[in-house]
Ligand binder design. Sequence first.
Ligand code: HGY
Ligand code: MN
Ligand code: MN
Ligand code: MN
Length: 390
Amino acid sequence: MLEPLAHVGRDPATGGYVRDAWSSADLELREWFAGEARRRGLALREDRNGNLWGWWGDPSPRRPGVVTGSHLDSVRQGGAYDGPLGVVSAFAALDLLRARGLTPAVPVGVACFTDEEGARFGVPCMGSRLLTGLLDPERALSLKDDDGDTLADVMTRAGREPHAAGRDDETLAMIGTFVELHVEQGRALVTEGRPVGVAGAIWPHGRWRFDFRGRADHAGTTRLADRDDPMLPFARMVLAARELAARHGVVATVGKVRVSPGNANAIPGLVSAWLDARGADERAVRALVADLTAEAAADVREESWTPVVDFDAALRDRLARTAGGDTPAPILATGAGHDAGILATAGVPSAMVFVRNPTGVSHSPDEYAEQADCEAGVEALANVLEDLCR
Ligand code: HGY
Ligand code: MN
Ligand code: MN
Ligand code: MN
């Protein structure tokens, strides 16, 4: 199903995908989205936060529609399915509704949210956070990537008006219900023996930047007693994060480190490390971060936080019935964040359909979904949309 996108941003050496927001790969994917929308006669628009929408029927605040979609950007060296499966399935489900001869009672939208992974600027779900007012536009425009470029710089280079409008009530009012299809990032559906599941909850999760400051000096001429090497407190923090995670019953990851200036023959002056912590119990996540902050000799800044998302139970159960076919689809909690979670946090009735991932692996080239399960996902999504569009 994802063949049309398979070459975009793919690293031939690893099979992984590098699709940073506003990169050439992202721009190519945005062009693909526009082409798919136009091919179907959908009204295409890019909102003032950089999200893309294709509408079947004219949405208006007085006539909100049913929207489905996801994102096209990736983590660095990510998999093929995380994001794109939801967008490709949205178009395919719309095709199925048309093939069934459905005339929806409300507009049907396909959405592509910008910068869901936060791989470049560090804040996940940038587009949906801006749309819902959960991210300040000034902060968004001032965020810098590893090259020191701001979002504004990068959007200008991409030929876009460097804007981030922030909360967009007019666009939000067009969304009566949002349903996101996503590859499962885990193995619950493998265990359940089902191709399709429904999201019950998203764990609270956040990202914190730890800056360990030391004194740059020569690697060969500086006595050990004279060193102020920030690598040491950094190393202690990583080990402490794992121990505290086990103790608090949460998960914690340090997946990104930047050593400055990064000479093999010099003691670094600064080590910046990003902590990602998540867990079903918000207090436990907060306790881990508090303990780590207290222990680490570092400047610590919270870069993003998403509270627990409990999807609307009535909508969740309705999806489980319509997506599940003969028996309701399993309802899963997930530790992965999604745009649907941000919209739900902002009060937009939202839900998610998961498609089985035999490896359970994600944010890696090993992420996978069988063709038959992808097709089952489209069928389930079409049934959900048909049910919601009556
Ligand atoms: O990081 C996440 O949970 C999501 O995949 N952006
Ligand atoms: Mn992801
Ligand atoms: Mn995703
Ligand atoms: Mn020298």
